[in-house]
Design a protein around this ligand. Structure first.
Ligand code: GYE
Length: 387
């Protein structure tokens, strides 16, 4: 634990961010920066300009970091992970644990919050009490964060957010993850092109959504709903399967009781839900996939998901990349060196399909830009390269 370094670091970031104020909205957030900068300046004996102060503080941080390294001290990081609900989550945990490792000079404290938001807030508070150097959060839900992030900020502990977003606080230094709305929009754009190609005139869709209130669920639902509205599709129902296989199976079993024979599309917001939904359809004798009556759409594109695309059981799978560990390490290294970090980092994500028919999709993404993106036909090599 290196409290002095951590406090200096926050001050350095704040001061350099103040100097950059207004120059770019991809830089670290400004509200906490202003508060911290004010504190830093109040503590200063002479009223030096912000840039000089930043340079001085960065130099102090770099010195402290060098000293810590020379003393063989490690950086302590607390990671409050969502849980262990899916293949995606396992890959995310492995990625962070192998990047934030002893070999890389980090003592990682890992907490599996088991999809319980209250437990996640408590885990973060415990990290603050222990005085870790950094806190990494993958937020289960996107709201309810401002108080605890203010506590972390007051304690001078930089917070890095990965994967899902926090929507009601800007008191974190950096976020790295996916553009979930684009995933939902891409799914809608693909379905529009696919049904047109197949001459299917009516879309009757059932959605099995992810954990309610998670930004992954909100983004994927919002993106797909844009197409539901624009194309006048019939979205029969949307129930949560909580991103689990068991949840996906249960929701599909209940859908089959209510809507048997009335739907031709099922949208599962992750692969594990799709596995459960497929099992339920199989058991009920409903045909699905490339040769069946029901088109199956999924998200994540983990190895087992892509195997089902290769087998023609899932028609299209929109990747969400969980390998955020190296980015996370990079952000910590930059902060240690007193450098400014990007406020947002987006993962690159391809879209996978089972059939070699459509080559690409064009849609207006969440930033309002019209984009044309390739559709990758899954073969064994794609499966072998998956996470
Ligand atoms: O899609 C799902 C996981 O937050 C993007 O959470 C992540 C989602 C992912 O459980 O499989």
């Amino acid at each position: 634990m290196r409290k002095t370094l951590s406090v200096l670091l926050t001050a350095a970031m704040a001061t350099s961010m103040l100097a950059a104020c207004g120059s770019s909205n991809t830089q670290a957030t400004q509200a906490p920066a202003e508060t911290k900068a004010a504190e830093t300046q109040a503590a200063a004996t002479t009223a030096a300009p912000a840039e000089t102060k930043a340079a001085e503080t960065v130099a102090a941080v770099t010195e402290a970091a060098k000293e810590a390294e020379a003393n063989g001290e490690t950086i302590t990081v607390g990671f409050a992970q969502v849980g262990h609900e899916s293949d995606w989550r396992t890959a995310s945990t492995n990625s962070v644990q192998s990047a934030l490792s002893k070999e890389n000079g980090i003592d990682l404290q890992f907490v599996d919050c088991d999809n319980d938001s209250a437990a996640q807030l408590e885990a973060v508070r415990n990290f603050i009490q222990q005085g870790v150097d950094y806190i990494v959060i993958d937020p289960i839900v996107s709201t309810g964060w401002d108080t605890v992030l203010t506590e972390a900020d007051d304690a001078g502990i930089p917070v890095i957010v990965i994967d899902r977003t926090i929507d009601d606080s800007d008191k974190y230094v950096s976020w790295v993850g996916s553009e979930f709305t684009n995933e939902g929009l891409a799914a809608g754009a693909w379905l529009k092109a696919y049904v047109a190609d197949k001459g299917i005139s009516e879309v009757n869709a059932l959605v099995i959504s992810g954990t309610t209130g998670s930004s992954a669920q909100i983004g994927r639902s919002n993106g797909f709903d844009k197409y539901v509205e624009a194309e006048n599709w019939n979205k029969i129902d949307e129930q949560t399967g909580d991103f689990t296989q068991e949840g996906g199976q249960k929701v599909m079993e209940s859908y089959l009781k209510s809507y048997d024979g009335k739907f031709n599309v099922v949208v599962c917001q992750n692969d594990n839900e799709a596995f459960g939904a497929i099992d339920a359809m199989k058991a009920a004798g409903v045909s699905y996939g490339v040769d069946g009556d029901v088109i199956v759409i999924s998200f994540d594109a983990c190895t087992a998901g892509l195997q089902k695309v290769l087998a023609g059981e899932i028609n299209a799978d929109f990747q969400c990349n969980p390998l955020q560990g190296p980015d996370c390490l990079n952000i910590i290294k930059k902060l240690e060196a007193g450098e400014t970090v990007d406020q947002k980092t987006f993962m690159a994500e391809p879209w996978y399909v089972a059939e070699d028919k459509l080559k690409e999709i064009t849609y207006t993404n969440n930033s309002g830009n019209e984009v044309t993106e390739p559709l990758v036909v899954v073969d064994q090599a794609v499966v072998d390269a998956a996470y």
